[in-house]
Structure formats: structure tokens, C-alpha cells
Design a protein around this ligand. Structure first.
Ligand code: AMP
Length: 191
């Protein structure tokens, strides 16, 4: 099973990604988490990525693509994977197409969490207080929303044309949303 989960920052992708991945026995691969782990470990990749992350900008495609390629090559991703936070640009979509085609597989579905934009910003501000993430200040939150609308939202149309979009109402309790996702995905044929 090869899946993507999409939605604006704060839509609850990370939380849902973990449940979906567990359900299908595949790893949830979050580019944001991998970047953050590299920042904490002080790797060269982390130092480079942090310059962009702190201001809410996207890390350049070249760096991000290479990181995802390496992660997907790992053994645990042989049965499939769920991508959370990737692809975010058209160039990343093309790159991912190549990576998946190379392994002889196909993308099975793209889950899109739809949410109320105002509520999202409130959620993010709440999370900023709890976790103290450097990229959760108000300005950065706005920039991340902006970039999502400009660069990432258009990808939904690309995947819609391929018949891959599974749109899920992301509002409400976490387990309600999970339930909706499972219901929708369990009817998607697995490759
Ligand atoms: P996230 O945890 O998914 O919100 O990602 C946190 C930050 O990591 C983003 O604001 C970007 O700076 C960076 N990032 C994560 N995924 C990508 C991606 N696919 N392309 C570029 N930058 C990314």
C-alpha cells in the first residue's frame, strides 16, 4: 500500500498518519519529522534544513527529494509507505512518480484532510505553546499556510485527475476522523 496524506499545516496529518500506517502495517514517513531529527542531531542536513524551517519556507526540492529517496529505499518500506508532508511541490510529485515507478509499484491513494482554516491557526498557536516549536510563531504559521495554498494545494488537482483523491472531513474528534479514513481506505484496492 502506497499512500500520501495531505492537508494544510495543523490539519492533524501526523496524528492520522500514525494510525493509518499502523492499520496497514507500513511505515509513516514524515519529512518534517526527519528534518527535525536531523536538526536535533546537528547533522549537515539538519543545519541546512533549519535555515528554511525556522522561517516556514520549504526546504529545497533537491535536498528533500534525496532524503525521501533514501528513506523509501529502506527495507521496512518494501511493503509500502505512507508519506506525510511529501510531496509539497510539483517537482516533488514528479520525483516521487519516478521513485515509485522504479520499484514497479503504483500510488494507491492520496488522503486529503479538509479543515476549517481559522480553527487550524488556533490549533497551531495552541501547539506552539505546548511544544515550543521554532516554526510555530504567528508569522511563520501564516507563511506556512500561504506556501501551502500557493504550492501544495494545486497538487490535489494533479492527483484528482489521476483518480487518487480520497477526501476526508478532518474536523471533529481525532478518532472520528480516523474512522472516516479507515472506512474510505478499506474500499481502495491495494496494489
Ligand atoms: P511539517 O512537520 O510537515 O509541517 O514540516 C515542517 C517543515 O519542514 C516545513 O515547514 C518545511 O520547512 C520542511 N518540510 C517538510 N516537508 C517538506 C517538503 N516536502 N518540502 C519542503 N520542505 C519540507
Amino acid at each position: 500500500m502506497r499512500l500520501i496524506i495531505m492537508g494544510p499545516p495543523g490539519a492533524g496529518k501526523g496524528t492520522q498518519a500514525r494510525f493509518i500506517a499502523e492499520h496497514f502495517g507500513i511505515p509513516a514517513i514524515s519529512t518534517g519529522d526527519i528534518f527535525r531529527a536531523n536538526v536535533s542531531a546537528g547533522t549537515a542536513l539538519g543545519v541546512e534544513a533549519q535555515r528554511y524551517m525556522d522561517s516556514g519556507e520549504y526546504v529545497p526540492d533537491k535536498i528533500t527529494n534525496m532524503m525521501v529517496r533514501n528513506r523509501i529505499d529502506e527495507k521496512d518500506a518494501d511493503p509500502g509507505f505512507l508519506l506525510d508532508g511529501y510531496p509539497r511541490t510539483l517537482a516533488q510529485v514528479e520525483e516521487l512518480d519516478g521513485m515509485i515507478a522504479f520499484t514497479g509499484h503504483v500510488l494507491d491513494a492520496v488522503v486529503v484532510l479538509t479543515v476549517d482554516q481559522d480553527e487550524i491557526v488556533q490549533r497551531l498557536l495552541g501547539r506552539a505553546e505546548l511544544e515550543g516549536r521554532a516554526d510555530d510563531t504567528e508569522d511563520v504559521i501564516r507563511r506556512r499556510q500561504e506556501l501551502y495554498v500557493e504550492q501544495t494545494e494545486p497538487l490535489i488537482e494533479v492527483y484528482r485527475r489521476r483518480g487518487l483523491i480520497v477526501e476526508i472531513d478532518g474536523m471533529g474528534e481525532v478518532d472520528q476522523v480516523t474512522e472516516r479514513i479507515f472506512e474510505a481506505l478499506d474500499v481502495v484496492p491495494q496494489s
